[in-house]
Design a protein around this ligand. Sequence first.
Ligand code: PLP
Length: 312
Amino acid sequence: MGMESKFIWMDGKLVEFEKATIHFLTPALHYGAAVFEGIRCYKTDNGQAVFRLREHAERLLDSARVFGFRELPFTTAQVADAVKQTVAANGFDECYIRPLLYLSGGGWNLSVDAGKASLAVAVWRWDNYLGEEAMAKGIRANISSFTRHQPNVTMTKAKVAGNYANSFLAKTESVRLGFDEAIMLDPQGFVAECTGENIFVVYKGKIITPTLADILEGITRESLITIARDLGYEVIEQPLSRDQLYIADEVFVSGTAAECIGLSEIDFRTIGEGRTGPVTRAIQQKFHAAIHGKDPHYADWLDMVAEPAKVH
Ligand SMILES: Cc1ncc(COP(=O)(O)O)c(C=O)c1O
């Protein structure tokens, strides 16, 4: 990962890959005091396009504010420019983009105010997070023995690096048990989300997804809800129980890294036909057309790398 990448953008400069290092005594490394984004850039007939750059740049700075950063080193427009510069400098047709805003100095007393914020952006080739086969066959998941965050223990709306210790616990356990992904329940016992994806159920022609109360507001989630409604499906946001997953006709997950992937099996129960179902497939296809610039209806979701960012 990252080995073919040539430059990493750090606090305003493009730094050669090998030289893009940070000191061992960086508080972010010790306490997870950082916020990040996951973004994708896709190839289109008109050049490289970053998917929903404005929303990702805004969420990065929102995460920083939620974490407690009061002095932000860059604006959303500058974050968007940094992303485009990094993509352009590395020359990939398609890539995954990782901005990280981190506590780079001070902070040993566990106060954000005692530190200083730095921003870096890296890109690398990362084709399909859950594997190419997953698109057609779907993946196998289990309900994790770990509970997802309670919103007043940590902040579920923010992509805080430290929050991902919870995802690491769950994902490691599920993969060791032989599953591809973990589904996490919230502290009340309702379905929340996966370790890095939001979740949807198709039941009797309707699509149900957990309410936003204690999950990350996924940008892919919002895009798929729009697409599903455009395709004529009713999408309902409501609490979802574990057994509703078992009896669903289809279950799929969404995220920048995983895109849109069906679940074939949950806790050793086959979901629907045990492969990517027709509703998931229809949404997947429209999403793929949108991200590759093949559906003009969603052109506004794409920010061309060669043009100034649509973010102000
Ligand atoms: C915990 C969690 N939920 C959901 C998502 C999906 O969000 P998005 O579609 O914005 O990538 C992610 C990935 O960013 C995540 O880490």
